[in-house]
Design a protein around this ligand. Structure first.
Ligand SMILES: *Cc1c(COP(=O)(O)O)cnc(C)c1O
Length: 687
């Protein structure tokens, strides 16, 4: 018998939906609503969470119900899968039990996925070029702004070296890192310098050229040309110059606001003509060799792409006609990612084309225009960032507790109620007895409001107010309309780790990385650690406003009950954009390679995330001085006879400066005396 019957005098039978099962909550997912918990399989989870849609060819659900990573993509043998849960356990288990003792949140990087992305992009262009008889090659650059992590950039330079893959920089520090990384790259790789430039930026780029890097300075603003002419004369370096064209083609999605005639970047037709003229004056027109444009990120369709590339190819041909020594057409970024797996071109988070469709559309658009104009086919360069790095890293975090409320017994409170509230209570009872659910709702709501008012007047105690809350919740639950959505706290800051969700509402696939052989029993939204009402995730791929999840065992905090969620496809932009809201810092990071045995992996690098001291330093605080201040205060008070010793307090304080700002969770609540340890080559794990 539902609780309603015992709390409101008299009996009431439950509403038909009183104990709504999972099945009735999930009408949108075809297989799940007919599958019982007993018959649930990992394959059902794969469908439920759309893993095949957004995850192929790198992510699957394995027979143990865990997420598996296929670092080499789809064409690999099954034994080359890595069980993500095993990696997470290895990284987070205490050192004393053979783990690496890292705290969450944790970024797991797979360099082999990066390699596969690069190779897939290159072969898509190679195929388009060969099959269309295109008379020049493709060589891409990686825009480092998408993820400037040292190991990511170094991996890309190394893996891309066989096919002349280069880098793109948009600021002075990015240029510095690109210069030093490309010293180990292919001698033919391009270093494309975009972004707004001053004398120092241009000088650096010219120095890069002196160092025999294929540096192209792309004019983003007309004024940059005067600086360039002057500085290159001074340094005695003949530059390679590109121009960024402001296209008329406009991409109307979220990421397209910088495109089109009114866009933020690039030179107008008039400005390009003036640049040509000036270069001619200075006898430098032969330096102009590259045309650049960028339609915007996440280009939704190949028709828009072909439109923009076609327009740019016309400009390219015009520059050839005007006497520039053109060699390269640089089509910018924008190769999109299908975050929700829907293959739709009408959404900011999906795209309706494959890598091959993209490459073929580009090659065809350039070829058609150049053939018509009798212009030699240019080298095609692209600056795909999102498409290269999104897949390679997974953000793993824990759900640590839920706010699903225990409804306490409403108890007796009637005697304290004012008359109007009392009559609501009586009406509620009567409605409950006659199964009149609509009236139940109305009276419950009314009763609650009156009690809140009474409380504000000081006429009702906290116990009574709590009792009314409980009663109303019981009523709602018994008639089956209580909100079924659980709020799970996650050990994460959205502002730091998923800033694009906060900033622009960008969605990423988020799923449990284990227990996928169990049927999810609840729906939940995720609430982060920050003291900010925006610190929650309540929108998910597939248009969902909650996420199917499992019951937390032991409140998620007790050993063995940890519940791990993964955010996928966040390898681009999220790491560099994230801020320090509430002084939460970056995640711990492991780098994982496939190793020789079947299903085995090696953690080749493990780094604890920034400590409390590290993030305090970002805001100009000085942890060492702070520690000394607290130590002096402690010495002044010197009260060692009572309870904990001063030494223990000092140790504890030191630990707190050294620990990460996130919740310790089950394994990591103990004290650390070390941060940022480099466990290079530490672990080799067999499944
Ligand atoms: C951001 C940016 C890119 C990368 O775009 P993606 O959509 O991530 O591929 C490339 N070129 C320029 C000029 C950019 O500003």
């Amino acid at each position: 018998m539902p609780a309603l019957a015992c709390c409101v005098d008299g009996a009431v039978s439950p509403h038909p939906y009183a104990f709504a099962t999972w099945d009735s909550v999930l009408p949108d997912y075809p297989p799940s609503n007919t599958v019982t918990a007993a018959a649930w399989s990992p394959a059902h989870s794969a469908v439920l969470y759309r893993v095949d849609g957004w995850g192929a060819p790198y992510f699957t659900v394995n027979s143990n119900g865990n997420v598996s990573v296929r670092p080499y993509g789809v064409d690999t043998l099954a034994h080359q899968e890595i069980d993500l849960l095993k990696v997470v356990k290895k990284a987070s288990d205490p050192v004393t039990s053979g783990g690496l003792g890292l705290q969450f949140p944790l970024v797991v990087r797979f360099p082999d996925v990066l390699k596969n992305r690069l190779e897939s992009l290159q072969s898509a262009f190679n195929f388009a070029i060969a099959s269309q008889g295109y008379d020049a090659h493709y060589q891409g650059v990686y825009p480092v702004k998408c993820n400037q992590d040292k190991f990511v950039v170094e991996d890309i330079v190394k893996f891309g070296s066989p096919f002349r893959f280069g880098l793109e920089a948009g600021s002075k520090p990015e240029l510095l890192l690109a210069m030093s990384c490309l010293c180990n790259g292919s001698p033919d790789a391009l270093l494309v310098c975009n972004g707004f430039k001053d004398v120092e930026y241009i000088s650096l780029a010219l120095v890069a050229r002196k160092l025999h890097l294929n540096t192209v300075i792309v004019l983003e603003q007309e004024e940059e040309l005067d600086i360039l002419i002057e500085v290159s004369k001074k340094l005695g370096v003949r530059p390679i110059i590109g121009v960024r064209a402001k296209l008329r083609t406009k991409h109307s999605g979220h990421f397209g606001s910088t495109s089109g005639e009114k866009g933020k970047f690039g030179l107008t037709t008039t400005q390009i003509l003036r640049v040509v003229k000036k270069l001619q004056q200075y006898e430098m027109l032969d330096c102009l060799q590259l045309l650049h444009f960028h339609i915007g990120s996440q280009i939704p369709s190949t028709s828009l792409l072909a439109d923009g590339v076609g327009e740019a190819a016309q400009i390219y041909c015009e520059l050839v006609r005007l006497g520039a020594c053109m060699k390269v057409i640089d089509i910018g970024g924008g190769l999109g990612i299908d975050y929700d797996g829907s293959k739709s071109q009408d959404s900011d988070i999906s795209v309706g084309y494959s890598l091959q469709d993209y490459a073929s559309a580009v090659v065809e658009a350039v070829r058609l225009v150049c053939d018509r104009k009798g212009v030699r086919h240019p080298v095609i360069c692209s600056e795909s960032g999102r498409a290269i790095v999104s897949h390679h890293s997974i953000l793993v975090f824990q759900a640590v507790s839920t706010s699903s409320r225990e409804i306490s017994s409403p108890g007796l409170f009637v005697q304290h109620l004012a008359d109007d509230a009392l009559s609501d209570y009586r009406n509620l009872s009567a409605a409950a007895i006659s199964n009149d659910y609509e009236s139940c709702l109305i009276y419950a709501e009314q009763l609650k409001q009156r009690c809140v008012d009474q409380f504000k007047e000081g006429l009702l105690g906290m116990e009574q107010l709590a009792a009314v809350d409980s009663l109303c919740e019981l009523v709602l639950k018994a008639i089956g309309i209580s909100d079924q959505i659980r709020t799970d706290h996650v050990n994460l800051s959205i502002f730091t780790s998923i800033p694009d969700f906060w900033g622009i509402g960008q969605l990423f696939p988020i799923i449990p990385i284990h227990r996928l052989d169990e049927k999810p029993a609840v729906r939940a939204i995720l609430s982060d650690l920050t003291c900010d009402s925006d610190g929650k995730i309540d929108k998910f791929i597939g248009g969902e406003s909650s996420l199917p999840l499992h019951e937390l065992e032991g409140n998620g905090n007790v050993d063995g009950g940890a519940y791990y969620l993964g955010m996928f496809l966040g390898g681009a932009y999220e790491e560099a954009l994230g801020g320090f809201h509430n002084l939460f810092g970056g995640p711990s990071v492991v780098r994982v390679l496939q190793s020789d045995g079947p299903h085995s992996f090696a953690v080749t690098r493990a780094v604890l995330g920034p400590s409390c001291g590290d993030v305090l330093r970002v805001m100009q605080h000085e942890p060492e001085i702070m520690f000394q201040t607290l130590k002096h205060r402690l010495e002044e008070i010197c009260d060692d006879d009572n309870g904990i010793s001063s030494l223990a307090i000092l140790n504890g304080l030191a630990c707190s400066f050294n620990n990460m700002p996130y919740l310790g969770g089950n394994n990591n609540g103990h004290c650390y005396y070390c941060t940022n340890g480099d466990y290079a080559g530490a672990a080799e794990e067999e499944q």
